[in-house]
Write a protein that binds this ligand. Structure first.
Ligand SMILES: [Zn+2]
Length: 210
C-alpha cells in the first residue's frame, strides 16, 4: 500500500483556516504535518501517512525525494520550490508544483523520468522572489488555493496510474475561470538541469568540463 509523506515545519494559524481546508479550529497551534495526518486518518482510516514536522532541506530532502514515487510541491516560498525542484531533477522524479496568489493560481508539471526535460529553475531562475510575495504578505482568494490543490491531485492520480506528465505551465485565472496552458521552454544554460544527458548514465558537470 502507498504512503503519503507530509513535510511541513509550520504551525496551524487562524488565518490558514479559510484556505487550508484540511484544518479545524481545534488544530490551532498544532504542527501542520501532524494535524493533516490526523485529519486524513479521520477521513479514511486506511490512508497511510508519515508526518515530517520540519522543513526538508539538504540531505534529508534528497533522501525523502529519492524514496518517493512523485513529489507535490505545495510550498509558499521560492527557496523551498528551488530545492524541491533540484532534488526531483537529481532523483528523476515527477514534480507537480502548485502556487497561488491573489486571484491567480499556477500549476506546473514536470516528469524528470524523461530525458531532456526543462525544470522549474529554467522557468524561474531567481533564487529569491522579487518582492517576497506569498499568501501571507499579498493575500489570496481562499478557493484559488483549493482549486490548484485539486488540479495537483488530478495530475498526481494520473501519474500514479502510469501516465507520463507533460511539462506544462497552467495559469488559472479565478476572475474569468480560465485555464491557460503554456509549454515550458528548456534553458540550455540552466544551472540545475543542464548537466543531465540522454546517455544511459548521468554525466556530471565536472565530466562535461573535462
Ligand atoms: Zn532547468
Amino acid at each position: 500500500m502507498g504512503q503519503l509523506v507530509l513535510a511541513d515545519d509550520d504551525m496551524v494559524e487562524r488565518s490558514n483556516l479559510p484556505r487550508q481546508v484540511a484544518y479545524r479550529e481545534t488544530d490551532l497551534g498544532k504542527e501542520k504535518a501532524t494535524a493533516l495526518a490526523a485529519q486524513l486518518k479521520a477521513l479514511n482510516s486506511h490512508i497511510q501517512c508519515r508526518a515530517v514536522k520540519r522543513r526538508l532541506e539538504g540531505t534529508a530532502l534528497s533522501l525523502e525525494v529519492s524514496l518517493a514515487d512523485m513529489v507535490l510541491d505545495c510550498s509558499d516560498n521560492m527557496a523551498t520550490r528551488q530545492a524541491v525542484n533540484a532534488a526531483c531533477v537529481e532523483h528523476k522524479k515527477p514534480l507537480i508544483a502548485g502556487a497561488a496568489i491573489g486571484w491567480q493560481g499556477q500549476l506546473m508539471t514536470f516528469d524528470f523520468r524523461q530525458p531532456h526535460q526543462p525544470c522549474y529553475h529554467c522557468l524561474f531562475p531567481a533564487e529569491i522572489e522579487p518582492h517576497a510575495r506569498n499568501c501571507q504578505s499579498a493575500g489570496v482568494a481562499g478557493p484559488v488555493v483549493g482549486t490548484v490543490g485539486n488540479l495537483q491531485a488530478l495530475e498526481a492520480i494520473k501519474c500514479l496510474l502510469g501516465k507520463v506528465l507533460d511539462t506544462i505551465f497552467y495559469q488559472f485565472d479565478a476572475h474569468t475561470l480560465s485555464l491557460k496552458k503554456m509549454p515550458i521552454p528548456r534553458d540550455p544554460d540552466c544551472a540545475v538541469c543542464r548537466c543531465r544527458t540522454t546517455t544511459h548514465k548521468e554525466t556530471s558537470c565536472a565530466d562535461l568540463a573535462e
